[in-house]
Design a binder for this molecule. Structure first.
Ligand code: ATP
Ligand code: MG
Length: 365
């Protein structure tokens, strides 16, 4: 069986370092591994509209921003089909048929959607009188549309962050239900989570559970070096580490979580200077040694933050430079998206034809 990847992002903002470690970095590695027959990366504008219906400008603007982030991070249109979801209208059609295979109760149990409804303030109004309150039906159903996105390309592998686990599980259920009810047309996908625990769900700079475009606690791939340094300086560390000499806690300390996600041993050779101070100096060879010293006491937050800023810049600097290059020719970026969308549409149309045949609604063939 062909090995196929499908994944994507919502154009609700520029991409941040949570996306990078949670999914984007891995996608680029998979793309360059040569182990996959086809790779599809989707800009999920239709999904973004499910909770941004009143803000089409935001979604439109972020199509190019996300495409630039992709190219800057190393996605290569020669190896990866990058496309825009709404252009592939077959996906909407598939969603409509899949809706018959899922119950409202099943959707209501989805823990990610539950958390997102709460976060977005879509509280249920009893009589539905207030249009502002309540969950848009499209938003409630987005896990079904995600199943359509994945299955339209017969994806075997979906590299995403941990929040997407319930969506992949639902997709597998829909595939089983479809194949047993109609005919074995669809393919059950596997989720591919980051192998590093810190990357499963990178917290925000405010220490909140998830860095998220909608929460304003992000370090963006497009942030300039000074902005990154300022954001790192403002980060929460360990509230009990009041004096440099106090023993510190590493667990739940966002600065260390970011180091877990980004730091490599080679960074100690490059940026060891960060641990040389007027009052005390350290010579570390790896992150475990830094953690041990922090737990013991005597290592100040400022030194670690300076080191983290340098480590982040090591990854973000080259990405930022490439982004600026691609941003010089936006028409070329749009052309790349148009070509990718045409390609994606062909594949989705083929699956939709098979689906309609299996469902016996191919009357005129
Ligand atoms: P929104 O707030 O609009 O939902 P988002 O920041 O959650 O935006 P998405 O476009 O929903 O971003 O997610 C795109 C991909 O990035 C998904 O695979 C998701 O699992 C992953 N991802 C998003 N945020 C994080 C994070 N903080 N840590 C790890 N992975 C993440
Ligand atoms: Mg999200």
């Amino acid at each position: 069986m062909a090995k196929i990847i499908l994944t994507g992002d919502r154009p609700t903002g520029r991409l941040h370092i949570g996306h990078y470690v949670g999914s984007l970095r891995r996608r680029v590695e998979l793309q360059n591994s040569g182990l996959f027959d086809r790779i599809f990366v989707m800009i999920a504008d239709a999904q973004a509209l499910t909770d941004n219906a009143d803000n089409p400008d935001k979604v439109r603007q972020n199509i190019t921003e996300v495409a630039l982030d992709y190219l800057a991070a190393g996605l290569d249109p020669a190896k990866t089909t990058i496309f825009v979801q709404s252009y592939v209208s077959e996906l909407t059609e598939l969603s409509f048929y899949y809706m018959n295979l899922v119950t409202v109760q099943r959707l209501q149990r989805n823990p990610t959607v539950k958390a997102e409804i709460k976060m977005r303030g879509f509280s249920e109004s009893e009589d539905g009188s207030d249009n502002k309150a309540g969950t848009p039906v499209g938003f409630f159903c987005y896990p079904i549309s995600q199943a359509a996105d994945i299955t339209a390309f017969k994806a075997t592998t979906v590299p995403v962050g941990e929040d997407q686990e319930p969506m992949i599980e639902l997709t597998r259920e829909i595939v089983r239900k479809f194949n047993s009810t109609y005919a074995p047309v669809l393919v059950e996908p596997d989720i591919l989570l980051p192998d590093n625990a810190a990357c499963l769900r990178l917290p925000g700079t405010d220490g909140k559970a998830k860095m998220s475009k909608s929460l304003g606690n992000c370090i963006y791939l497009a942030d300039d070096a000074q902005t990154v340094r300022d954001k790192v300086k403002g980060m929460f560390t360990d509230p009990l580490h009041l004096q440099v000499s106090d023993p510190g806690h590493v667990e739940g300390n966002t600065v260390f979580t970011y180091l877990d996600a980004f730091c490599k041993d080679e960074h100690f050779g490059k940026f060891g200077d960060c641990f040389v101070g007027r009052k005390s100096s350290f010579s570390f060879k790896n992150l475990d040694e830094v953690k041990a010293q922090y737990r013991e006491g005597g290592l100040g937050d400022m030194m670690i933050k300076n080191f983290l800023a340098a480590v982040l810049e090591d990854t973000l600097g080259p990405i930022r430079e490439r982004r600026a290059e691609f941003a010089k020719d936006i028409p070329a970026v749009m052309d790349m998206l148009r070509k990718g969308s045409l390609e994606a549409r062909e594949v989705a149309a083929q699956t939709l034809a098979e689906v309609k045949q299996a469902m016996k609604i191919n009357y005129f063939e």
